[in-house]
Design a protein around this ligand. Structure first.
Ligand SMILES: Nc1ncnc2c1ncn2[C@@H]1O[C@H](COP(=O)(O)OP(=O)(O)OP(=O)(O)O)[C@@H](O)[C@H]1O
Ligand SMILES: [Mg+2]
Length: 481
């Protein structure tokens, strides 16, 4: 085996690669497809987009699946469609409900065959789309764009307190509430028609996936939080209505865990227990991801592309790599791509084994740790822009593990303008993202290092005194054991 025959282990983002060629089917697939869960949570690089692409591209009988990518979504326009009459967390529920309903209706209307086209339900729908959007090819970002929706006898005429609405003004002055009430009446009618037509056409199941809700987001500010909450509430509501009508329509939201942790609304706990699916990986399932890639490229598996010697402390090579990740496929793939280029360079210049050696793996650590820091930056900075101040303090201390008191001394010197985080908040946030682990009682009388990514149940303990930086960052921060 010569690793030089491998050009890459794949792109690090699912949108950029033929993920179906080596997709690993985890239990998440059946839970999303069959179960009640509609909120898929995972950290960056955990495989949210890969799941969406799997559903979208793998043809399954009777299943219609569409991916709504919110990259480029007009968030600022949507922000203007809030309803000041209702509670903060519900400000955007009606507008999202409308979006889901029209998206679903458009999907059904496009698939109408034979006599269904001539039913009143179909004619109303098609008239509505043509009057307001010029046809059935409306992108998600355009549904809320009109200043006013026209409503006529030929399309829909919802009644409010006995009076027919001739239209719904979407562009309102902020003090002029009432949008939710009107929009919900319209959504009810559209949904009723679309559900009817869906049943009539014998469409067995529809999945609508919302992905990339974090794209282009610099700050996770309160309008954005409210819009996300609105989407989650609207999804739950439409899913429920469809189920009541025995139509298998399900919208699924793919969201970064850190964003979910930041938002608050009254039903959040209920949704967490009944509707959340956490994407989680362990060493064995990550090895499957790697094997499936190696196999599709070389016809062999991981064990064929490295030598048999173990790392220091008898650790397997793969375990050594995984210990430097946050148990996410992107981390592993990134490590392997760096390793591949290091090994090729070594083979071409110095010769030696044509498979991965321990030294290749060690030589890849520095570049990998730079990748890891950038990935963390994308995750943490929308919440805490100056988070790297804390890294600088740690780097100055120079040790992989340190006492709280040392950090409390160093951190204030590293704080830059605008950083309002206290050292306690800084430590807590770093713990939250597993940049730091904490030294804790292990339950067997001893103590051990606890990291959130491998033990999500281990909440922050403000009395903790000893911390250890995640191994993946060691080289980048130039830390010593
Ligand atoms: N089940 C899987 N089988 C094979 N490869 C996977 C699987 N899940 C994820 N991957 C790979 O892991 C990498 C990261 O996945 P993906 O891009 O889907 O993450 P993400 O959660 O969408 O991240 P982000 O939050 O940054 O958008 C990609 O290269 C993807 O192909
Ligand atoms: Mg993604």
């Amino acid at each position: 085996m010569d690793v030089r025959s491998i050009s890459t282990f794949g792109a690090v983002a699912a949108e950029d690669e033929p993920v179906l060629n080596y997709f690993v089917e985890t239990s998440a697939v059946s839970e999303i497809g069959e179960g009640e869960k509609f909120l898929v949570l995972g950290r960056k690089g955990s495989g949210k987009t890969a799941l969406v692409r799997y559903f979208n591209e793998k043809k399954q009988n009777g299943l219609v699946s569409i991916a709504l990518n919110l990259r480029g979504y007009p968030w600022a326009l949507h922000a203007k469609r809030s309803d000041s009459d209702v509670d903060e967390s519900e400000r955007y529920e009606a507008s999202w409900r409308y979006l889901i309903v029209v998206e679903f209706a458009q999907l059904v209307a496009k698939r109408l065959t034979g006599l269904s086209k001539w039913t009143d339900e179909a004619k109303n729908l098609i008239e509505f789309f043509s009057q307001n959007y010029g046809g059935l090819d409306v992108g998600l970002g355009d549904f809320l764009r009109p200043e006013k929706l026209r409503l006529t006898k030929a399309s829909f005429e919802p009644q409010l307190l006995g009076v027919k609405l001739g239209g719904i003004t979407l562009e309102r002055k902020s003090e002029q509430g009432g949008l939710a009430r009107e929009l919900n009446l319209l959504s009810d009618l559209i949904l009723k028609n679309a559900l009817y037509l869906c049943g009539r056409e014998g469409i067995e199941k529809i999945l609508i996936h919302f992905d990339e809700l974090d794209q282009g987001m610099l700050r996770f500010d309160s309008p954005r939080q409210q819009m996300l909450t609105g989407l989650i509430l609207a999804t739950r509501s439409v899913n429920r209505e469809a189920a009541k009508n025995s139509v298998k329509l399900k919208s699924v939201i793919y969201l970064r865990t850190d964003l979910w942790n930041q938002i608050n609304f009254s039903d959040k706990n209920k949704i967490t227990t009944t509707s959340v699916l956490d994407i989680s990986w362990d060493e064995a399932s990550l090895l499957k991801v790697v094997n499936s890639r190696v196999n599709s490229i070389t016809g062999k598996n991981w064990d064929a592309i490295h030598d048999a010697t173990t790392m220091r402390g008898r650790q397997q090579k793969f375990s050594y790599i995984v210990a430097r990740t946050f148990l996410r496929p992107r981390d592993v793939i990134s490590y392997l791509n760096i390793l591949l280029s290091k090994a090729k360079e070594r083979i071409n210049t110095k010769g030696g084994a044509t498979v991965f050696t321990n030294k290749d793996i060690v030589d890849s650590k520095r570049e990998y740790s730079t990748y890891l820091r950038l990935e963390l930056h994308d995750e943490i900075s929308p919440h805490w822009r100056e988070w790297e101040d804390a890294l600088k303090a740690i780097s100055k201390m120079g040790l992989l593990s340190f006492a709280r008191i040392s950090f409390e001394q160093r951190y204030p010197q590293a704080v830059t303008a605008g950083n309002v985080y206290t050292s306690e908040q800084a430590l807590e946030t770093l713990y939250e993202y597993s940049v730091l682990g904490a030294y804790r009682a292990s339950g067997y009388g001893g103590k051990k290092w606890v990291y959130r990514y491998s033990e999500p149940g281990e909440a922050w303990d403000s009395s903790g005194n000893l911390f250890k930086v995640h191994l993946g960052l060691k080289e980048h921060l130039a830390l010593k054991e």
